[in-house]
Design a protein around this ligand. Structure first.
Ligand code: HPA
Length: 234
């Protein structure tokens, strides 16, 4: 047990999928895993361990935003020995070519700050995906003919953004989409020499104002879970 995860030693798999929403963790575990058991209920941040095609996997909610994800990523790695961490979540598109429901695989992350900014000081660390996971996820998405974009994402600190002028600069510099967790996941994984990736579905569009109806979110989320699993175990 850790401060935020109630699982007993050995109850967390080496491969962990991390949706932001704990109820998505429950849905994904019930839908895709065999023999899934709930291993964490602390603060309602549900986690489940089961198996997928004979591989042991945990699906643990991360909560929203980098400070929350950071707590879970640190404890999963330091205390439970997680080796591969894949975020599955939603994002807001920042390019015209990126459409609703498209898949965005985060190769690198732009941010104003991460929870690590304090000790990096003057250094601009560039959070970067594990290339093996990224290549495997891109291949899995291609095999399903899902429209997919690999590139830079913006890991924002705030959802209710007061600096839209920065979004313009990011769009101009090719940033694909905005989300709120990947930069910290990649930074923590790098610190401990673990593999990390973020696979995202476009749920809304910053340039057009469109948003995915909630019924469509489940289908897109399902595709993402399967791609994350295929990438993790390829
Ligand atoms: N901003 C931040 N995070 C997000 C968004 C957004 O517009 N859409 C989905 N995740």
């Amino acid at each position: 047990m850790t401060i935020h995860i109630g699982a007993k030693p050995g109850e967390i798999a080496e491969t962990v999928l991390m949706p932001g929403d704990p109820l998505r963790a429950k849905w994904a575990a019930e839908t895709f895993l065999e023999g899934a058991v709930c291993v964490n209920e602390v603060r309602g941040m549900l986690g489940f361990t089961g198996s997928w095609k004979g591989n042991r996997v945990t699906i643990q909610g991360s909560g929203m935003g980098m400070p929350s994800l950071s707590i879970y990523a640190n404890e999963l790695i330091r205390d439970y020995g997680a080796q591969t961490l894949v975020r599955i979540g939603s994002c807001g598109a920042m390019q015209e070519a990126v459409k609703l429901r498209d898949l965005v695989i985060a190769m690198s992350c732009t941010s104003m700050s991460t929870p690590s900014k304090g000790f990096f000081k003057e250094l601009n660390f560039a959070p970067c995906a594990d290339y093996g996971l990224l290549a495997a996820a891109a291949k899995a998405a291609e095999a399903r003919a899902l429209p997919t974009h690999c590139g830079n994402v913006y890991s924002a600190d705030v959802f209710y953004d007061e600096r839209p002028d920065l979004n313009e600069q990011m769009t101009r510099h090719g940033v694909l989409a905005v989300e709120m967790e990947a930069a910290e996941l990649y930074t923590v994984a790098a610190r401990f020499g673990r593999r990390a990736l973020a696979v995202l579905t476009v749920s809304d569009h910053l340039l057009t104002g469109e948003a995915l109806p909630s019924a469509d979110r489940q289908t897109s989320f399902g595709d993402m879970v399967e791609i994350a699993l295929e990438a993790a175990f390829s």
